[in-house]
Design a protein around this ligand. Structure first.
Ligand code: LLP
Length: 479
């Protein structure tokens, strides 16, 4: 099985940037110039900081597009090979701006939205309604109506009550709503492991496992409820097993469960649904030592597995869809900060440490952003990589922690990284791989204004989302 597939001249491997590129976890357009300054897609970070200020989210457009193409190319090649097709939806929750939605569409992806707000951004970008999906475990009537009015390609329903509500609202509009049913397969993944339990203790989807009194599973009952409503068209079954997945066997396990459910539904109702969505969750590199999931081998493994399951079950292959978010935009992004206070802190050995453990020094490097522009380290303990990018230093590296400017000791951006010992106020510092779930989860904690999103491509930069101002914040405050 090849790890690299070419489809219509499209390379299905992730971009590396080639010789001179800093490499993962940086985007493929990141290099260090001979004078030591780092550039992104041909623009020096000094010029980017001068033009756009810091902190700023930088997005390497060429890298984003290449990742979108790699996912589409890899999955199209593998699923065509087994005799079916696949649609790739970009999961907008990772980062959605009008330009980003356009890039995804131009690269042949559709757009998956998780709220009325994300739907509005996709529509503003000119994404055809038919190429948009709407998710959500608690959609409002307004969101459902907006989706119906936009003619979205699919509404992914998440509960029995929602099936009735979407049916009623479709009836009120005189339309038939295309729906998928989100199910929970018992397969949970994320990080290097996946676990399988019958009953998932979480809010999403409908379980394929019957309740304590046996009988029909909630998933099957929901699918039958959709079949029973003439205002609903049952497109298929949806499963999303988790995020930042590095072991693809979870996708195969979930696909098996979904395909079995599809066969069970066909047996009970005669309806064989056309489509199965396997969700997103493809893992990326956050640290230099991390290995990202390459789309081609995953696509081939999953395709081979689903082909085998369908032949075992004696059912024709459905069409597939996937919803990568992080894997498309995560590595394309980085956050550029300016260093302020630098403070060595002596750290005592933890209570219970061995008696010969020595106190050590950790250099606290404060930057001009923090947990409001990247909540992931504080929320999930996520690890990131940072470098001083404005210059090259020959000072010996020291153990550092990159922190923000919030009134909170948990305001950490990078827990542990080696930075040059002479790192000082005014240095430009960048954190890699912040493209996904950085801006999209940003807040105004401590009334900090959210940084701009700046696209960089072919030696040029442009603002996709401008920096918030204090005036923006005050404009919301009614006094
Ligand atoms: N499809 C569905 C139905 C999802 O729920 C998600 C993510 C995705 C696709 C995209 O997953 P991705 O390919 O980006 O892993 N805030 C967390 C991640 C939450 C993901 C929620 N659902 C984080 O920062 O790690």
């Amino acid at each position: 099985m090849s790890a690299r597939v070419d489809v219509d001249g499209t390379t299905a491997a992730l971009p590396t940037g080639g010789p001179g590129a800093l490499g993962a976890p940086w985007s493929s357009g990141v290099r260090r110039r001979p004078d030591g300054e780092v550039e992104v897609a041909g623009v020096g970070v000094g010029d980017l900081a001068a033009e756009h200020g810091t902190p700023a989210y930088l997005l390497d457009e060429t890298d984003f597009r290449a990742r979108a193409r790699a996912y589409r190319g890899a999955f199209e090649a593998a699923f065509t090979q087994i005799g079916t097709g696949v649609d790739v939806y970009y999961a907008g929750k990772a980062l959605l701006t009008v330009a980003v939605a356009r890039w995804a569409t131009q690269e042949g992806l559709r757009v998956d939205t998780a709220s009325g707000g994300e739907l509005a951004v996709a529509l503003r970008a000119g994404v055809p309604g038919a190429a948009v999906g709407l998710h959500g475990n608690n959609k409002s009537d307004g969101e459902i109506l907006a989706a119906l009015d936009a003619g979205v390609g699919r509404i992914i329903v998440d509960s029995l009550v929602e099936i009735e509500r979407v049916g009623d609202l479709a009836a009120s509009r005189g339309v038939v709503a295309p729906v998928m049913v989100r199910v929970t397969t018992g397969v949970h993944a994320g990080g290097h492991e996946y676990i399988s339990t019958a009953h998932e203790d979480q809010k999403f989807g409908l379980s394929v496992t019957p309740g304590p009194d046996g009988g029909t599973s909630p998933a099957l009952a929901a699918l039958e409820a959709v079949v029973a409503r003439p205002e609903l068209e049952l497109l298929g079954i949806h499963s999303h097993i988790g995020s930042q997945i590095l072991d693809p066997s979870g996708f195969e396990a979930a696909a098996r469960v979904v395909l079995q459910l599809r066969a069970d539904l066909a047996e009970r109702t005669g309806v064989l649904v056309d489509e199965v969505d396997l969700g997103g969750g493809y893992g990326i590199a956050y640290l230099p030592a991390d290995e990202a999931l390459e789309p081609a081998p995953v696509a081939w493994d999953v395709a081979a597995a689903v082909a085998a399951v369908c032949s075992e079950l004696g059912t024709p292959l459905p069409r597939f869809s996937i919803e990568p978010g992080r894997a498309v935009v995560g590595p394309a992004g980085m956050t550029l900060y300016t260093v302020g206070t630098v403070k060595p802190v002596t750290v005592s050995p933890a209570a219970g440490a061995s008696s010969d453990a020595e106190p050590f020094t950790r250099l606290y490097v404060s930057v001009d952003g923090g947990m409001s522009d990247n909540i992931r380290p504080a929320l999930y303990g996520a690890d990131y990589h940072a470098e001083v990018v404005g210059r090259l230093s020959d000072a010996a590296p020291v153990l550092a922690r990159v922190v923000g400017k919030h009134c909170e000791s948990g305001d950490i951006l990078v827990h542990e990284v080696l930075l040059p010992g002479d790192v000082r106020a005014g240095d430009l510092l960048a954190v890699a791989a912040t493209g996904a779930y950085g801006r999209s989860m940003a807040s105004n904690y401590n009334a900090l204004t959210r940084p701009p999103v700046v696209a960089v491509a072919e030696g040029d930069s442009r603002v996709l989302v401008r920096r918030e101002t204090v005036e923006d914040l005050l404009a919301l405050d009614q006094g």
